[in-house]
Design a protein around this ligand. Sequence first.
Ligand code: FAD
Length: 435
Amino acid sequence: MSDTPPTVVTNWSGNQSCSPLAVHTPTSTAEVARIVSAAAESGDQVKVIGAGHSFTSAAMTDGVLLRLDGLASVEGVDVLGVATVGAGISLSALNRELRSRGRGLPNLGDIDKQSLAGATATATHGTGAQLGNLSTGIVGLELVTGTGEVLWCDTIENADVFRAARVSVGALGIITRIAIETVPAFNLHSVESPEPIGDLLKHWEDFINSAQHIEFFWMPGTQIGLVKRNNPTSRDGSTLRTAKDKAEKLLVENMAFGAAMRTVRRFPGTREFITTAIGGLVSGTERIDRSERIFVTPRHVRFMEMEYGIPVAAVPEAFRRVQELASAMPDPPAFPVEVRVSAADDIDLSTAEGRDSGWIAVHRYQGVPYDDYFKGVEEIMNDYDGRPHWGKFHYQTAETLAPRYPQWDAFAAIRNRTDPDRLFANTYTQRVLGN
Ligand SMILES: Cc1cc2nc3c(=O)[nH]c(=O)nc-3n(C[C@H](O)[C@H](O)[C@H](O)COP(=O)(O)OP(=O)(O)OC[C@H]3O[C@@H](n4cnc5c(N)ncnc54)[C@H](O)[C@@H]3O)c2cc1C
């Protein structure tokens, strides 16, 4: 265990910070349990921070902060393809380790910087109508509880804790090891094309089933959706123009936005021209590469994000309302809206618990006021029983969230057992879980 002197900790987007009393980097479960017991004795609260990529204050604490960089190795992959790993491992390291063993994760979100424990604590997801979020791949986990106990949890041992702890919002204890399902390593064939938004929404059901991984980006001010369809393939990418396409992908998803935002802010009259130009930039690109390279795009532009999960069938209507809202704003957002889908699951506080979900994510470039836009979007999402991503910005409270989660009380009961004294509480859990 190494201790570092008190410091200020900030999240990726720079909108959250805290000054922990102490920061520890334990290298074993036993050390984690000792830190937890010591904190409980001195009455300090404890939190783990992963990669600090949540836009909410989920990982912030003025108590004792743990970084699990020392619990980040792959213990092994069994014959069924289940990988047992240190919970602090980053998704990028996990992908590398799995690839070297001929394995991979079946799905990923847009980036791979998060820790596995942090990503799954907030129900991080990719896209795919038949695919659950990352937490659904967890088949076992080790939890250090608020009473210093170390519990292995799976569908047989401590099954009720397991059901809740796969999406814990960081509130049930410290997860030190995770067993997660993997699949044989695979390549993806990715096709990106600009398509009329009206068509995508009109044929929504067909659209979401038109590829294993489907999503689109819409730039406010345009009528075009930039569609990405990714499908597994046995081909390799050597025949495709990957360099050019990669450059285009980076440009469209990152740099062009950054440069364009600065121009629009300086010269508001250029907004229409710039947003139309960006919407039309991508002229249909095609790539084949390792799945983890296709799923993930480096994010060079910092931003604020809100993302809501709603019943998948409600997306066309809700999206049109977001379009109207964005277009009517005096300062229309010049950052794309991202739309994805994921399958229902049975995890207590998973944002997809009990329902196939459609995801609508809105962004504001860092430094641009976001309250009006985000509050307007949240109001729309409330009409569809929207569940905000636990790691992305939102204004909900325990009172408004509880009715949206049928298993809310089951989660609370588990929490009362694993953290009776609320050692793992912080301002975020106080707001969204009520204490
Ligand atoms: C640029 C960017 C792109 C993103 N893309 C996507 C995307 O495509 N899809 C998506 O769904 N989300 C996405 N997110 C959101 C992101 O995946 C989540 O916010 C995720 O929780 C961040 O992981 P982290 O390791 O940084 O966790 P942190 O933000 O550090 O922590 C999140 C929560 O997990 C808890 N936690 C961390 N480790 C442990 C542990 N070992 N035991 C118990 N609790 C723990 C923390 O205390 C905290 O409550 C994105 C975020 C950014 C900034």
